[in-house]
Design a protein around this ligand. Sequence first.
Ligand code: NAG
Ligand code: NAG
Ligand code: NAG
Ligand code: NAG
Ligand code: NAG
Length: 678
Amino acid sequence: MTYGLLQKILVITCFHLIYLSSHQELNFVYESFGRQENLYFDGSATVLPNGLLQLTNASDHQMAHVFYKKPIGLNSSKPLSFSTHFVCALVPRPGFEGGHGMAFVVSPSMDFSHAESDRYLGVFNVSKNGSPSSDVLAVELDTIWNPDFEDIDNNHVGVDVHSPLSVGIASASYYSDIKGKNESINLLSGKPIQVWVDYEDTLLNVSIAPLEVQKPSQPLLSQAINLTEIFPNSSRLFVGFSAATGTATSYQYILSWSFCTNGGSLQQLDISTLSKVPQPRAGHKNHSQLIIFLLGFLATMGLGVLIGVYLFRRCKYAEVTEEWEKEFGAHRFSYESLYKATKGFNKDGFLGKGGFGEVYRGTLFLSREIAVKRMSHNDDQGVKQFVSEVVSMRCLKHRNLVPLLGYCRRKNELLLVSEYMPNGSLDEHLFDDQKPVLSWQQRLVIVRGIASALCYLHTGADQVVLHRDIKASNIMLDAEFNGRLGDFGMARFHDHGEYACPTGAVGTIGYMAPEIIDMVASTGTDVYAFGVFMLEVTCGRRPVEPQLQCEKRVLVKWVCECWKRDALLDAIDPRLGDEFLPEEVEMVMKLGLLCSNIVPESRPTMEHVVLYLNNSLPLPDISPYAVGFSSHSSVLIDAASLVASRSWSASSVSSSSANIVVEKKNFRSSLSSFNSLW
Ligand SMILES: *[C@@H]1O[C@H](CO)[C@@H](O)[C@H](O)[C@H]1NC(C)=O
Ligand SMILES: *[C@@H]1O[C@H](CO)[C@@H](O)[C@H](O)[C@H]1NC(C)=O
Ligand SMILES: *[C@@H]1O[C@H](CO)[C@@H](O)[C@H](O)[C@H]1NC(C)=O
Ligand SMILES: *[C@@H]1O[C@H](CO)[C@@H](O)[C@H](O)[C@H]1NC(C)=O
Ligand SMILES: *[C@@H]1O[C@H](CO)[C@@H](O)[C@H](O)[C@H]1NC(C)=O
């Protein structure tokens, strides 16, 4: 009985063994490769501590093979079918081209010693007409484009039978059931990729998908092949993987693998428990990324610098323009051109400084020499009026006027551009002991010139122009030593026929007619100042010199005293020596006194002054005891003490220190105190 049972068991076991050897079913799963049983390793294939199956490790010209040791037995009576699902990852080396890829292999033999690396993927070799022993079916994930294998790109999936020349090929992509279209996949992204290979009824389907995606309903490749035809003489087949690197290298991993034959149920892979794929850090080899980063950085910096320069220039050359200025556009200079002309208002071109502004010499294009006066302001209404008058001034043309070229306006800053006068202002030549003494003839030419200019301003132009600040420091000398009236900072226009215009009392102490105190400017006040100016030039001293003894302190008074003593020539500039005609000097002095008569009605007009100076008309017979001469105004005395109370510096080359603005009621009067240099 016992024997019978034993015999029965033995028979069943034998039958089972025979069955298994003749038609072996396979069904296995590797969630990780920590358990390496039944696996055959070859080449660089190895299992990492975390259970990851590493095929290649990014060294060049590597080959790796891993096979399941148990073969599939082929049975002619029953056609073979199989399904497999695996997760792989191809990780490029940072900064290097990745290659060459890997393949799922079905082969009668596990001996791939004749195979080659590189583009042959460790599966094939150069001889294309494979012998039976080289028969192989491979599903390749190829990351290099090999035109001689008729590859379509460097990121494709192919079905190879006996030859690296694929019988079916497609760019790596998957059909997204959600989106209803194909989505491409980068095989070399370094991320895990799922691969399904199914064979049944002479149809081989291949699908790939990212980790988070279900198996696509449409396969990427559906290739008609007949395994019985491919392996006609084989009774068993091994399944596994092959991978290779060449000069292009990458890390190639299998994370998990499930396989079954003949309609067995394919065991599910648990995607959530997959080992982590090591991502190599960008090391020192990572030149291209570093370079890209550096270039990006430099480009950003460059852009930043450009924007900075633009903003800086915008700010540096910023100007203020308003609607009302449009009509004056032609007379406007750009700040940038003035900035460049004066080399950034360089110290080398500094000509002088007045109370409210500085004057710089500059060179415009065509080497035209200009003088630029910079002054601050903050009164917009005043600026508008000023600019309009500056522009009107441009219409004034006289050989004894300093030509005004235009203006420029910035926030709180106004710039006036005029022609550069090479020989500076008259007071420098009168009072600077370093300079050669101006001869009487030169002085007379200057006085006549200024008289003619003033006459033109009062009568020759469309409007009456009052200069309001005639004095030696406002007379410029051109290259031929002609006097030119400059600095219209305080000039006023009014129509012919109007007698006077009420303004703030402006001007310079010593040149201001007494009636100025009543805030009335007229041609008469200009004549008064011109009279003082004539005396200043003739006597070579300033109108008020507080440091002198009392009777000499006020020039007008002193000259008048000399006349009364019948010794007019006592008042003459001693530096002239005797190089002069006494009649001419006396005539100019008397005319000076006549003009600076405190009774406005007693003063001659500028037209008459010009005639007298040119000897076209004899001076009227006047006496120093006439009204207006002797009882000289207390204004000047007061002014003198006022000046004396300030720290008076007569020695200053620029006369601006003598320039005291009596009232700063409006913008015009504020502008008046920088008038020394035109
Ligand atoms: C190619 O491989 C086959 C076997 O797979 C071998 O017989 C043949 O010699 C190999 N050819 C070369 C050139 O290595
Ligand atoms: C997706 O790709 C496969 C293989 O390249 C192709 O046969 C199929 O027509 C494509 N489907 C769509 C919707 O583009
Ligand atoms: C292969 O794909 C085709 C259609 O794309 C499908 O009809 C066939 O059943 C698939 N075969 C296997 C084994 O999945
Ligand atoms: C596959 O090939 C074998 C051998 O050539 C043949 O007998 C069989 O009919 C083929 N199968 C199909 C479905 O064509
Ligand atoms: C006046 O200017 C001219 C021209 O620039 C120059 O040649 C001459 O030396 C100057 N004279 C004085 C005294 O500076």
